[in-house]
Design a protein around this ligand. Structure first.
Ligand SMILES: [Zn+2]
Length: 364
């Protein structure tokens, strides 16, 4: 599309969770900026590419979900530009990060990031200016589903009366949450899932890992590059410990601890709760499959111990029930139902399910 000058002025990358949509958006932007493009790729060496690769190109703008924090106290200051330095710093580690990784980087973990009214003012000001380098201007809107209606309407106006040489690249894991008027005006590109082999190759090259370890990590990541990178760097996902605690309390039928655990969960942002649920579903799915796959799933020591101990209790007697509880929890949380009660109620159901699995195992 770039070669034939047919790139639409509004693209929506339907992102895979933990995938490469930001990397793809950056690649498109770089190709629009590059002054020495050949064979369908940017040169990587020209002044435009150099600036872009440092995330400092004046014509590439980032719109990212943010909120107030200890430094940015005023609501009206909570716009992407106030967090550009943090964004650039995080980008140095590569364009693979979850929304929660970003919230952690700017210390707004307990809040939701938004793209709101003040951001739309900032966008309007930028659109009124000319391109700095005389070429394209690109606006990368990361996790575009975080935009509120006001911002969305501002965007619509730009879509309807497109500025020359201005391209919007939206990324979203949940495009169904975008305004339908926005959806209908963007060209949607589906990100393909990354294969296990691709991730293994990537880990080997990027971290110089042993091929067998890379393969194991890749296999376990189930297409989620963000997870794979974390495991390669021995960073634990916080949700995994929370999940283990939850199961431990449920196993002991420790109601007071289940209650305390629910209180802790309820203090988290909805994004953190969502990530917990998607992580928990992954663990349960893996445990269930371990009962069927003879060779087991390749894992290193600590984690292997957890899976070996825990997986027999996830079986045909309870796996569906578990999935259902988590899906319901997710729905309730999205609807803003009292989170503490939702988690506590789910915890009680987990007690029942876990012991169902135990009974099935013992009678097998
Ligand atoms: Zn270049």
């Amino acid at each position: 599309m770039i070669d034939n000058n047919r790139l639409p002025h509004a693209l929506l990358l339907h992102a895979q969770e933990g995938g490469s949509s930001l990397a793809i958006a950056l690649w498109i932007a770089q190709n629009l900026m590059c002054s020495d493009r050949s064979n369908g790729d940017a040169c990587g060496l020209c002044a435009n590419c150099t600036k872009h690769l440092a995330a400092t190109h004046p014509d590439v703008h980032f719109v990212i979900p943010v909120n107030t924090n200890k430094q940015v106290k005023k609501r009206s200051d909570a716009v992407s530009d106030s967090y550009l330095e943090s964004w650039r710093k995080r980008m140095e580690e590569g364009p693979w990060l979850s929304l929660l990784d970003w919230y952690r980087a700017i210390d707004i973990e307990k809040k939701q990031g938004n793209i709101g009214i003040d951001e739309s003012k900032s966008l309007r000001e930028k659109l009124a200016l000319r391109s700095f380098e005389g070429g394209y201007r690109v606006f990368i809107i990361w996790h575009a589903d975080r935009m509120n209606t006001e911002f969305g309407n501002k965007m619509l106006k730009s879509f309807e009366e497109p500025n020359e040489k201005t391209v919007f690249i939206l990324t979203s894991e949940q495009p169904q949450q975008l305004l339908s008027t926005i959806l209908s005006r963007t060209q949607i590109i589906e990100e393909e899932p990354t294969t296990s082999d691709q991730i293994a190759q990537f880990l080997e090259t990027r971290f110089g890992l042993d091929p067998t370890i890379s393969k194991n990590l890749a296999f376990r990541s189930e297409g989620n590059i963000v997870h794979a990178i974390k495991e390669a760097q021995h960073e634990d996902e916080p949700w995994l410990d929370e999940f283990k605690d939850w199961m431990r309390h449920a196993w002991k039928r420790d109601i007071p601890m289940l209650y305390t655990w629910s209180e802790k969960m309820a203090q988290k942002s909805r994004d953190a709760e969502r990530q917990f649920i998607s992580g928990a579903l992954m663990v349960l799915d893996r445990c269930f499959r371990m009962g069927w796959v003879e060779s087991g799933i390749p894992m290193e020591s600590d984690e292997a111990k957890f899976y070996n101990d825990f997986s027999p209790y996830i079986n045909a007697a309870n796996v569906e029930g578990f999935m259902k509880v988590l899906e319901e929890t997710s729905t309730h949380i999205e609807r803003n139902v009292n989170a503490k009660m939702v988690w506590f109620d789910s915890g009680i159901q987990v007690v029942r399910l876990l012991h169902q699995g135990k009974k099935a195992l013992e009678s097998a």
